[in-house]
Design a protein around this ligand. Structure first.
Ligand SMILES: [Zn+2]
Ligand SMILES: [Zn+2]
Length: 444
């Protein structure tokens, strides 16, 4: 599986930059206990370096500016004496979430000043909204994150404030950015004027069949860009199994409204999806993702290999799965009859018969196999293992699916995208709903 990261660059937060003051982030916290920060090693002789670092702190935007963990005692040391007359002063502190405002008064010379620990974004202290944004955009769980700050003794926003920020500020921003991004992607597709090849796959919010929410993703497989994500609630359809089909139906409806013409769809072999595409998208070519078909078959062959007198099947599992990929990939025009005959040739091949296969693929293409190799691997015709494996490979339902294997584009990138979603929305379906807001969902 490959990682596709986040396709929308507008939502990317600056990643933690290693500037020599922090230990580089590592998957293994135990790694290199003797590591020394380079700044500490060079500190004595390099004050200028420190100054230039300070200059760089002058950052234009609050989200990019560096923040520090400052202890109250250390901070208040700065306000003990009057800058004008140097005599002791009194201070009044006001705290709002992560924000601290200090009023300093001098009773001797009437000097007074106000110091804010943070800039504002509109009228909200920047640190408060940035904290909420960081929790949301990093896919962290809000209650746990805020509890961590509480344990640290850090003045922080409440869970209630986080959710208020999320609802009133952060979600609308995500929605707007996504819609702008989607508009650009759709415009790009229209501009290229090439036949539109989409991959589609569903995702449930919980494993198994009791999902409360499901999403259906359509990805343009040429560019690997997500063009639409449709959310469905299980109570909107008969049962959670029907969510995938409903998600596809609404996604296709959305694209039709956008006057997008879908030339080819690549999906898994979900029966309801097959039926729906056949009936509702008669002008669209429907292909199956090879991985889904191959994995289904692999499990069945592995189960067969565990049966009595069938262990030899185990030696064939990998080769047969590879053959399935080859049958599809070596047929770029996607001709179903050719793919099927190529596929079926494996039944002869595993019995050491390499000629006289089907009409569209009469002979194996490989050179003559050595006698030893044949003896080692070949299945004896008529043996229980051979009969049962042949039955499995020639099953009508499998042949039907094999004929529709996608010769080129597969849906693995969607699986990768779903794994990114899993990171951002492990439990917080509220996030998912808004992140991928679809206008059909909103209008319901
Ligand atoms: Zn004074
Ligand atoms: Zn052969």
């Amino acid at each position: 599986m490959t990682s596709v990261g986040i396709q929308c660059s507008l939502l990317e937060l600056p990643l933690p930059v290693h500037d020599g003051t922090d230990k580089p982030e590592s998957a293994n916290d135990e790694m290199d206990p003797t590591w020394q920060p380079p700044l500490l090693q060079a500190q004595d002789s390099d004050d200028e370096n420190l100054d230039s670092k300070c200059d760089r702190l002058e950052s234009s935007s609050p989200e990019k500016e560096k923040k520090f963990l400052v202890f109250e005692g250390c901070l208040l040391e700065l306000f003990t004496s009057c800058p004008a007359c140097k005599l002791p002063t009194s201070v009044k502190k006001t705290c709002v979430g992560t924000f601290l405002c200090i009023h300093q008064y001098c009773q001797y010379c009437s000097f007074c000043r106000r110091w804010d620990s943070q800039p504002y974004i509109k009228n909200i202290p920047a640190g408060n909204i940035l904290l909420s944004a960081s929790i949301l955009y990093s896919g962290s769980l809000p209650r746990k994150s805020l509890l961590m700050l509480q344990y640290l003794g850090m003045s922080s926003v409440s869970v209630r404030t986080f959710f208020q920020h999320q609802r009133t500020l952060l979600h609308p921003v995500i929605e707007r950015v996504w819609k702008e991004e989607q508009r650009m992607i759709l415009d790009e597709i229209r501009f290229t004027d090439e036949p539109l090849v989409l991959g589609g796959d569903g995702r449930a919010d919980t494993p198994g069949h009791n999902a409360k929410f499901g999403s259906y993703t359509l990805m343009e497989l040429g560019s690997s860009k997500v063009v639409h994500v449709q959310l469905v609630q299980s109570n909107e359809v008969k049962n959670s199994n029907a969510m995938e089909k409903e998600g596809l139906a609404r996604s296709v409806h959305f694209l039709r409204e956008e006057e997008m013409n879908i030339h080819t769809m690549v999906t898994d072999r979900h029966l309801q999806i097959q039926k729906w595409i056949r009936e509702e998208m008669p002008d669209t070519v429907h292909h199956h993702d090879v991985w889904h078909v191959a994995e289904g078959l692999r499990k069945k062959m592995e189960a067969l290999a565990k049966e009595k007198d069938c262990s030899i099947v185990g030696r064939w599992v990998c080769s047969i799965c590879n053959h399935l990929y080859w049958a599809a990939a070596s047929t770029p025009d996607g001709n179903g009859d050719v793919i099927r005959d190529k596929w079926l040739s494996v039944v002869n091949h595993m019995q050491n018969i390499h000629h006289g296969h089907g009409k569209h693929f009469p002979n194996c293409l490989h050179p003559d196999l050595g006698q030893d190799d044949q003896k080692r691997k070949g299945l004896k015709s008529g043996s229980k293992a051979c009969e049962k494996l042949s039955q499995l490979l020639e099953k009508p339902r499998l042949l039907h699916d094999v004929q529709k294997l996608s010769p080129g584009y597969q849906t693995s990138k969607i699986e990768a995208y779903h794994s990114v979603v899993n990171h951002f929305a492990p439990k917080m379906i509220g996030l998912l709903l808004s992140w991928h807001e679809s206008r059909y969902y909103v209008t319901k």
